[in-house]
Ligand binder design. Structure first.
Ligand code: CUA
Length: 156
């Protein structure tokens, strides 16, 4: 019967458009969750240690009011020698990973960055209180995940 044939066609079109709709929604939800805040700078994860600024990790002063902290995350730790920054100044954190996905999370602050190999994640933060802050990984990254932490000292 003709009617039956048309119903099949409409049903097929409906299913196809549903699939298209779901994949569009799915893809945009995926990319929203997985795009680290602060841009999409890329880096070759195998060449992190020879690519500036990660060839010289640590804190550098950019100008009177701005510092940059460059940190490499890897299983299971952060290469961050002597992380010391002054209170009340903007600190631009630049973090990347040489292996798997980690996070760069500073306890008691709003800094909670996902660190993805191949990307440079950037976040600015100004500490308002001096002290020693714990930096830890809250993205499960393997057997040593719970040992992945370091500290940053904020001085007056
Ligand atoms: Cu790195 Cu968990």
């Amino acid at each position: 019967m003709h009617l039956h044939k048309y119903e099949k066609i409409w049903l097929t079109l409906g299913v196809i458009s549903l699939i298209i709709f779901l994949s569009v929604v799915g893809v945009s939800a995926f990319s929203q969750n997985h795009t680290p805040a602060g841009g999409m700078e890329t880096i070759d994860p195998k060449k992190v240690n020879e690519t500036a600024p990660f060839d010289n990790p640590g804190v550098t002063q950019l100008d009177d009011d701005t510092y940059q902290a460059t940190i490499v995350a890897m299983a299971f730790g952060y290469t961050a020698p002597e992380l010391k920054v002054p209170v009340g100044k903007e600190v631009v954190f630049k973090v990347t990973s040489t292996d798997v996905v980690h996070s760069f999370t500073i306890d008691n602050t709003k800094v909670n960055m996902m660190v993805v190999p191949g990307r440079i994640t950037t976040k600015s933060y100004t500490f308002e209180k001096p002290g020693t802050y714990l930096i830890l990984c809250n993205e499960y990254c393997g057997t040593g995940h719970h040992m992945m932490y370091t500290e940053i000292e904020v001085y007056e």
